[in-house]
Design a protein around this ligand. Structure first.
Ligand code: NI
Length: 256
């Protein structure tokens, strides 16, 4: 079984010099499928192009909370058209980010709710970005019945108590490079607690490269380090982590 990277940004300028070469090398290094995630209108457009260029690249259409300042209904209509494309398998990344205070929380909340409604309408799972916004994210996910479509809580950064809430609703937790960091005690506890059947692998590349490559540009090639770390925490072989997390992703995105 090959690795499924559920969250990447290969449209990022960090890949300008070697994008094609890198993407073409992934299969022979054990990477099976990738979801490239939109963060604004332009990156969603570029995500769609990547899905057309590479057979193993799938896409998520959506606007990141920090980019919702200029969003309007016309753009939501455009996102709906993109979401209709066969290889667009999720709405994301959407959510709340109160670490960056722009735009104001009310604006972020409005467009989070709006994009959750779009996901329900399109019957697509969601990829949730939530940073320093634990309570509001959970409140909105509950009120909007987001468990109907389900999805991934990307780069999960909260504790066991909150993990429990999301796991009970059937969400998956996205685990990436952070789990390999020495100081990531809380995340290691969450990984130990959560059933492997509700974890998925993600890079968030070019960001969040795992040890031993921390600080460098990240890519899907680093995911074996993440799988190995999850295996060590749970006391199971790396191969099993890869097999189960890939199956989880296929189930979520392709209804398999
Ligand atoms: Ni991301």
């Amino acid at each position: 079984m090959k690795i499924f990277d559920t969250h990447s940004h290969y449209d990022d300028a960090a890949f300008e010099g070697d994008r094609e070469q890198l993407l073409n090398s992934l299969t022979k290094h054990g990477i099976g499928k990738i979801v490239n995630v939109g963060a604004d209108i332009q990156s969603t457009r570029n995500t769609l192009l990547l899905t057309q260029q590479y057979s193993f690249v799938y896409g998520a259409a959506g606007v990141h909370p920090s980019e919702t300042g200029g969003l309007d209904e016309e753009q939501i209509n455009w996102l709906r058209q993109v979401a209709n494309e066969e290889k667009i398998v999720a709405i994301g990344e959407i959510g709340l980010d109160y670490y960056w205070k722009e735009p104001e929380p009310e604006t972020q909340k409005y467009w989070f709710v709006r994009q959750l409604a779009l996901a329900r309408e399109m019957k697509l799972p969601v990829i949730i970005h939530s940073r320093d916004a634990a309570k509001d994210t959970l409140d909105i996910i509950r009120t909007e019945q987001a468990k109907e479509t389900g999805g991934i809580i990307h780069c999960f950064s909260y504790g066991i108590e909150l993990a429990k809430e999301y796991l009970q609703m059937g969400f998956y937790l996205g685990i990436g490079g952070v789990v390999t960091f020495r100081n990531a005690k809380k995340l290691k506890e969450v990984v130990k607690y959560a059933p492997l059947e509700q974890l998925v692998l993600e890079t968030d590349c070019p960001y969040l490269s795992p040890e031993p490559n921390r600080g460098q540009r990240n890519s899907s090639l680093n995911l074996p380090y993440v799988a190995e770390q999850i295996g060590q925490i749970k006391g199971i072989p790396t191969d099993e982590v890869i097999a189960i997390t890939s199956r989880n992703a296929e189930k979520l995105f392709f209804n398999l």
